[in-house]
Design a protein around this ligand. Sequence first.
Ligand SMILES: [Fe+2]
Ligand SMILES: [Fe+2]
Length: 215
Amino acid sequence: VKPQLVGVIERFVRSTMSDDSRGAHAFEHAQRVRQLCLLIGRQEGADLEVLEAAALLHDIGRPQETATGVSHAQVGAEMAARFLGTTAFPLAKVAQVAGAIRTHRFSEKLTPDSLEGQILGDSDKLDAMGAVGLARTIEESLARKRGFEGMLEHVSGKLLNLRDRMYTSTARRLAGPRHDFLVHFMRQLAQEYVALGAKLPSVLGPFAKPEGKHE
Ligand SMILES: [Fe+2]
Ligand SMILES: [Fe+2]
């Protein structure tokens, strides 16, 4: 995507997000997903123009989801298609961008039907892993008042499953160290509890053993 058009898309993305720190974090997430998409897309021989637009726009439906409960993947796909139609973005590729956004949400179990959709999903999952993913989880858990155990349950029950759900081999490779970091964090935490003789939160149980199932 030409730099000028990227600027236009970025301004639109910002306009859909709140001005507070949540909006800022959402924008930073979109930028990281964009970089991941370009990195993976180059390796996998994907359409980088489609990927870059889809990455920047993939979560624009979030505020609507909060307001109406309709999935932000569905709403966002429609919003993105309408918006791109008003720009210099190639009309023939708008449907591909919308399709990738529609299927980006892993928890909805919609399988992407294009390489670009797979890479967008992979990039979104990668940004939920590793140090970035842990920092985002802590932040989200505070905002949603999930509590400390709720935060750990999210790491254990959701984030540690992501590595084995990557579509592309490039993403699978990038996921390895991010996964290992999360496992290391959980093990270290468990060890600190054990060393103090403190009662282990149940979610940390599997990580207190030398060889965990999360290897
Ligand atoms: Fe999303
Ligand atoms: Fe996302």
